[in-house]
Structures are given as C-alpha cells and as structure tokens.
Write a protein that binds this ligand. Structure first.
Ligand code: NAD
Length: 494
C-alpha cells in the first residue's frame, strides 16, 4: 500500500477538478462554481465546477447507453474490473488521504490509513458476488407448469452521497450496484468532490466501460435533477434526514424506489462487569477519533452503569485530553477541524446551550481551539456527564467531537435510555455476561449492534437503520439485493 511518512511534506494544494461523464473529464459545466473553503484555514482554496442539469442529463444518458453492454458482460469480467479497482484504490491510498485532508480536514491517519483499505475490502467483497446472484426454479404439482425467478439489474442507479467519508460511502454503494449489472451516476457533495473524482478516474483505469461509472459533483439542484430524471430507476442516498424527506417527497411523486442511509445517535451501553480501560478506549477513540465526531454510526451517547461510572469517566477524560487536535496532514493528529466554520459555530452553539442550562457536568473541552488553530474549524473534544437522556444534546445528532454520558442502574434502564431517540442506526454494548449480551442486543432498536467491539463496517454485514436513520441495507447479500429486481416467468409445458 502506498503511504507517506511524517518526514515527507504533503502537498496541500487541491488538484484541478473534472467531472467524469461517459469516460471523459469534463471541466466546463453549466452549474456554476463552488468556492471550496479550507476547513483548516477558513480560506478559499479552489473553484469547483458544478454539475448543472445539462451535465446530470449527459451522465444519465451515458449510463443508460452503457447499461445494456454492462448488464450483458459476464460476471467474471465484472469481477475482474472490480478487483482491479480495489487494487488501484489501495495503490493510491496516500493521494486519497491527501485529498480527504484537503476537502474535509480528515486526519491522514484515517483518510490514508483506514478509508482506502475499507473501500477496497467492500469492493472485493462485492466482486465476489458478480457471478453468484442466483434465481429460483418453481415447479407446480402435477408438474404441468413451471416458473423461474431471475434477478435483474435495475438500469441506471443514482447515488447521492454526503461529504463525510465519501470513499467509504462509495465503497458501500458502488460495487454492489455494479456487480449486479447496473450502471451508476454518482453525485458527491460539492464540499467533498476530490476523493470521488479520483475514484471515478481509477474506475476508468480499472477497465469499466465508458458510461458505467459517472461522477458529477454538484449542489442540491444537481441532486434534484438526478432524482427526477426518468431514466434513473432507483436512488441510493446517504445524508441527513432533512434532505432525505425532500428526496422522498420527490420520489413519492415519481414512484421511484430508494435506499436511505441517514444519521444516527448510537448508544454505547457499558455494564460494570467490563475492563474500564478497554471500554473507555473504545468509547473515546471510536467516537471522537472517527472523522472528528462527524460520523453517522459512531457511539455518541455513552450509557454507563453505576458501579463503573466514576472510573470510566475518569479514564475517558484522560484519553480525550491526550488526543491530538490539530493539522490533519500530521500523522499523529487524531482530531482535525470540522467540515467548515458554520459547523464549528453550530456545534459550539449546542455546547454553550448545554453549559448554560447547568443540568449537566462539563468534564473537558467545551469550545473552540485557539492558538495556531484559531483560524480553522477546530472544536475541542468535549465530554458532558450526568446528562438527562431527554436533553436535546442527547437527542439530536451533533456531528462534532462531543459525547454525552448517562448513568444507569440496571439492564431495563439501559435499554430504555438506548432506545429513547428517534434514530436507530448503530448500537454498542460492553459486557462479559453472554446472556445479557444477547438479550440487550435483541432489545436495542437499531439496524446494527456491536458487542465488545467497534468493528462497524464489515462488508459481509448488512448496515442500515431503523426509525429516522433510514431504511434499506448496504453490505452482505442484503446490500446487493437492493440493486436487483426479481422477475418471475411462468411457463406452460403443454
Ligand atoms: P445533506 O443531507 O445535506 O446532503 C447530502 C447530499 O444530498 C449532498 O450530496 C447534497 O448535495 C444532496 N442534496 C441536498 N439537497 C438535495 C435535494 N433536494 N435533492 C437531491 N439531493 C440533495 O448532508 P448532511 O446533512 O450534511 O450530511 C450529514 C448527514 O449524513 C448526517 O446526518 C450523517 O449522519 C449522515 N450520514 C449517514 C451515513 C450512513 O451510512 N447512514 C453515512 C454518512 C453520513
């Protein structure tokens, strides 16, 4: 895997950006430009050409033309292209890390050290599915008639993703759609266009025919056009619930199917029979240390049993204070800036409201980071203890390095706290009691539960939400099933 060392300075200049339509790099667009602001400095660093209606239409037309050939391509060849893409992504790990730091302020330890490998894993997993989707033969008795059921790709899939972790989002959506024989039009956020553009260029190098993979960064108007385009058969969306509602209204009018991967407010239940050092490390690193708290399935509500409460929060504070907040290009940085100034203002506003309410205990953090980082969108890792589970801070997604800590007495109370939000994406629990692990996992109203682990993104495991965290699944057989329809054919033998 290509990596950089701390000794080598990383080029901080953004590359020129091109859309990828029908295998061509497109730089002249009709959607205007987006002034891309560096999360590190707050200064404009690039002019992003945005897809307008004309580019979305051109991408969808290209995907539609490419679909018939791609659908007819043998599974072994689809797999070959996917495996090649996975290799290329790993070979470009350092460039992906650089771009993720430029566009979102993601520390290179994550953008280079984690995301490319995770994306490649997902691609290889679905490469294996490319010739393993099976139908079904149905016979009737007496065997006069019979029927078969065959999986078919939809056609053109519209993929709309948000800015946090675009490489992982692409890995979770694109290979499953392609392995099943669909072509795709990817609309990344204008705030994170560089990583998806490189992904699109590598798809061409991997040998996908022109038009099978199109990448058209743009704003909400581009997304809206992709949704309403009559040749787009299905939408798979990753983003926030507010945008999801708008998309669902549009899709309702068009009777267009969707997959919705939305936000989360995961509880991390820690029973008092566990090792406090290990539980504290997971509670802190898997939340604050993942995309600086800007993750959908990370455990942001730490729900701790009485007997271990004080020992755990003491350890959590020590670990959080030891995490380096700083320049995402430095390899030992754990927490970079938030995506932009508006996000930092919003998050510190929530912190100030919580402090002013006086009902919870601020353990550490609680505001912006000053000194040489004052110009960027940096927020200090912030821990609040004794938080009422009903408080807005514990009810709404914060999307920043802020954790709420809640106390519970028994299993029933822990489950009640965990289930007391409208979200239902991830759930975590730590215990050494096997009966309790099964029972609490079954009771948590979430799409995923992780017991004594934080390994959330295994491509073989279906990932997705309940409640306002959305519906549909990415990962596993369920993930590729989202991109096929089942055609049933009945045949008379007579
Ligand atoms: P958002 O919902 O504002 O935007 C997401 C995408 O939708 C962008 O590409 C945007 O341009 C596009 N868009 C906006 N308006 C549109 C419209 N009317 N029609 C079509 N497209 C439109 O994204 P956000 O709220 O900033 O993203 C953060 C959210 O994403 C959080 O809630 C986070 O939890 C969630 N998320 C979920 C997952 C998951 O897998 N479940 C992963 C990452 C992020």
């Amino acid at each position: 895997m290509e990596t950089t060392t701390n000794a080598e300075p990383i080029d901080r200049r953004p590359p020129a950006l091109a859309l990828i339509i029908d295998g061509e790099a497109v730089t002249r667009t009709s959607g205007g430009h987006h002034a891309h602001i560096s999360p590190m400095t707050g200064e404009a660093q690039a002019e992003i050409p945005l897809a307008g209606v004309a580019e979305i239409d051109a991408a969808v037309d290209a995907a539609h033309r490419a679909f018939a050939g791609w659908r007819a391509t043998p599974g072994a060849e689809r797999r070959r292209c996917l495996l090649k893409l996975a290799d290329l992504i790993e070979q470009h790990a350092a460039e992906f890390g650089r771009l993720a730091a430029i566009e979102c302020g993601i520390p290179v330890a994550v953008g280079e050290g984690y995301a490319p490998g995770a994306c490649a894993d997902w691609i290889r997993y679905y490469a294996g599915w490319a010739d393993k989707l099976e139908g079904q033969l149905l016979s009737t008795f007496p065997a006069e008639d019979f029927a078969y059921v065959a999986p078919e790709p939809y056609g053109v899939i519209g993929l709309i993703i948000t800015w946090n972790g675009p490489l992982v989002s692409l890995g979770m959506k694109v290979p499953a759609a392609l392995a099943a024989g669909n072509s795709v039009v990817i609309k990344p956020s204008e705030m994170a266009p560089f990583v998806p553009a490189l992904f699109g260029r590598l798809a061409k190098l991997a040998g996908f025919p022109d038009g099978v993979v199109n990448v058209v960064p743009g704003g909400p108007e581009a997304g809206a056009r992709l949704i309403e385009h009559p040749l787009v058969e299905k939408i798979s969306f990753t983003g926030g619930p507010a945008t999801a509602r708008r998309i669902l209204h549009a899709c309702a009018d068009l009777l267009k199917p969707t997959v919705m991967e939305l936000g989360g407010k995961a509880a991390n239940i820690i029973f008092d029979d566990v090792d406090p050092d290990a539980a504290a490390a997971q509670a802190v690193y898997h939340s604050l240390g993942v995309l600086s708290g800007q993750g959908c399935a990370i455990p942001t509500r730490v729900v701790v049993q009485n007997g271990i409460y004080d020992a755990l929060i003491e350890r959590m504070v020590a670990l959080a204070e030891a995490m380096k907040v700083g320049d995402p290009f430095e390899r030992d940085t754990a927490i970079g800036p938030l995506i932009n100034e508006a996000a930092a203002v919003r998050v510190t506003g929530l912190i100030e409201t919580a402090k002013a309410g006086g009902a919870m205990r601020l353990l550490t953090g609680g505001g912006r980071v000053g000194g040489v980082l004052a110009g960027g969108a940096y927020v200090a890792p912030t821990l609040f203890a004794d938080v009422d589970p009903a408080d807005p801070l514990a009810q709404n997604e914060i999307f920043g390095p802020v954790l709420t800590i809640h106390r519970f007495r028994d299993e029933a109370e822990a489950i009640a706290i965990a289930n007391a939000t409208r979200y239902g994406l991830g759930g975590y629990l730590h215990t050494n009691d096997l009966r309790r692990a099964h029972q609490v996992a079954a009771a948590m109203r979430t799409g995923n539960v992780f017991v004594n682990t934080a390994k959330t993104l295994d491509p073989a495991m279906p990932f997705g939400g309940t409640g306002i965290s959305g519906f549909g699944r990415e990962g596993g057989k369920a993930g590729i099933e989202e991109f096929v329809r089942h055609k049933a054919v009945g045949i008379a033998r007579g």
